[in-house]
Design a protein around this ligand. Sequence first.
Ligand SMILES: [Zn+2]
Length: 206
Amino acid sequence: MSRDSKTARRFPRETIQMGDKRVPAAKIECNKCQSVAYHTDTGLNDDVYFKRKGWTVGNGPAADVCGACAGRKPKPDLKVVPMEAAAVKDKPREMTRDERLIIMDKIRDVHDGDRYGSGWSDKKVADDLGVPRAWVEDIRENVLQFAGGHSADMEEYLAMIAPVKTELANMINSARVQLQRLEEMAGKELASITTLGRKVEKEMSR
Ligand SMILES: [Zn+2]
């Protein structure tokens, strides 16, 4: 087998499993995605074999690229964002005048005295309007100046007592129905006692 010494590359050799046999194979590794391919003895030079399989075979391992990566467009350079800049980016931007007015209107609509109406909170208002929660909090505290946003605890508490409230309502309802029946029964009894009493009186007065 003749190897062109200018282009033939020596690849690391590994023993790989082929069916039930372990066979020596040349290994190539993509320097972009680290995928690997093997060439067992096919009679071809390793680089020829890998090229046929779509690899770009470089002059050294650092320049080997698999077919998938060679076909991909190069990734745009990721800009390195300094930590401080990244932190600033996470903060919500300043709200516009219109946004401020919309949030104020919304809070006025859903607040109840010095706190949010039932089911409303900074989070709910923020979700409803699609604005950062910090904006809502800011306006509620600093502009409208009421403290009682339903806290997460409060919401959890309300959710927890909801079934209890329903059950109580059911109990009261059922008690009312029973009371009504009792009254009806008592009414009938009273009526028959009264009738009986009159009969007895009649009998006695004879
Ligand atoms: Zn690759």
